[in-house]
Design a protein around this ligand. Structure first.
Ligand code: HEM
Length: 364
């Protein structure tokens, strides 16, 4: 896990909060998105979007424009329009051009990496403990049964999926954690006490190690409960039934699209007691979660197609939350739209809070 990258980004993030907030509310979802974008960019192929320090820079706009464009209904339902007649749609064409620049950037990084790896000096100076980025690992391990490595197109496509699947999801998870802790100051205080107990009370930023993260069991319970009650991935990608079958007494003919709503499952009163209540105690030793069917809590899905970024995302959360708790106390501003319950929107299968302003009060 690239803890060093997480640490450097967190220190930059704190500077941004200190410089911009000054007792005023800041958009916490925007901050989390910027932090997770830089985390995935740096960790997956050593590219720094620079989003934490400058949320307005050209790469951030380019990335956001492309992602936003993927959910425009016209082209989702009539993809032929952009496949064959793109020149008739200048606004859409502009996004395609943005995407080309983005893919060229990824290609440039692949070329650079290949050049570096083939350089004998680079090989000999490689420290075994150095944290390799994901691209480097994919290049080294992508041999198929014929010994062929991943093609550039495969590498580019995989990189895009990492960005897409691994950025907004964790930003939402972190934002929802910030939200529930703002709504429940007593839980925030208990979590802070735990972070201070494990990391110490020095008025300086302390980066948790993996071992220290393991000791912060209450924060772990909070992470799990957030992923239950406000799971960022609303549902699974639709599968097609390959034969006639039956699910829960419902006949499903071959060829039917089938999905599973994680949101409804994890908020179902048939599965969880008082499911609308945010209660990290469910995940305490001996708590409600302990004797449940493992499929009751599947924020990352399960089985063969389980999220491959699960550990990466959990590491990000286990790292950032304790550091935030030691550095700030936070609350919702009086005019927040989220006092009764968190207001969300659904993007391309990912839920996130809207207009999520938070007041951060510096503790050191
Ligand atoms: C809180 C954060 C996250 C949540 C809730 C989440 C959730 C999920 C879920 C539910 C799936 C299964 C989708 C399906 O099969 O229909 C999935 C797949 C995937 N996720 Fe995540 N994810 C998160 C973070 C990440 C991160 C950080 C990365 C990248 C580093 C990532 C990369 C992927 C990829 C590549 C797949 C496809 C795996 C496959 O089909 O074999 N995710 N994720």
């Amino acid at each position: 896990m690239p803890l060093e990258i997480f640490g450097n980004l967190t220190e930059k993030l704190f500077k941004v909060i200190d410089n911009t907030s000054n007792g005023k509310a800041v958009d916490a979802y925007d901050l989390m998105e910027r932090w997770t974008l830089d985390a995935i960019g740096n960790a997956s192929f050593g590219f720094d979007f620079g989003a934490v320090t400058d949320g307005d820079n050209e790469w951030v706009h380019r990335y956001n424009d492309v992602v936003e464009a993927t959910s425009e209904p016209l082209y989702t339902f009539l993809p032929i329009l952009e496949r064959k007649y793109i020149n008739w749609f200048p606004r859409r064409k502009k996004v395609h051009d943005e995407l080309t620049v983005f893919l060229d950037m990824i290609q440039h990084i692949i070329d650079e990496k290949r050049r570096k790896i083939s350089d004998s000096n680079y090989q000999s100076t490689q420290d075994n403990n150095k944290q390799k980025d994901l691209l480097e690992m994919m290049m080294e391990s992508g041999e198929d049964e014929n010994g062929a490595l991943l093609t550039d197109e495969e590498l580019r496509s995989n990189m895009c999926i990492f960005f897409f699947a691994g950025h907004d999801t964790t930003a939402s998870a972190l934002s929802f954690a910030i939200y529930y802790l703002a709504r429940h100051p007593e839980m925030q205080e208990r979590a802070r006490e735990e972070a201070i107990r494990v990391l110490g009370n020095e008025p300086t930023n302390i980066r948790p190690t993996v071992e220290q993260s393991r000791e912060m069991t209450y924060i772990e319970q909070i992470i799990k409960e957030v992923l239950r009650i406000s799971c960022p991935a609303d549902s699974l990608i639709t599968r097609i039934a390959t034969k006639d079958t039956e699910l829960g007494g419902v006949f499903i003919p071959k060829g039917t699209g089938v999905t599973l709503s994680i949101y409804n499952l994890q908020r179902s009163p048939k599965v969880w007691d008082n499911p609308q209540k945010f209660d990290p105690e469910r995940f305490s030793p001996g708590g409600e979660a302990e004797n449940k069917d493992p499929n009751s809590w599947i924020p990352f899905s399960s089985g063969q197609r389980q999220c491959i970024g699960m550990n990466f995302s959990l590491s990000e959360q286990r790292f950032l939350l304790p550091m935030l708790l030691r550095k700030y106390k936070w609350s919702l501003p009086e005019d927040s739209i989220h006092h009764d319950k968190v207001k969300i929107e659904l993007g391309l299968g990912v839920i996130s809070p809207v207009d999520f302003n938070v007041i951060f009060e510096k503790l050191y």
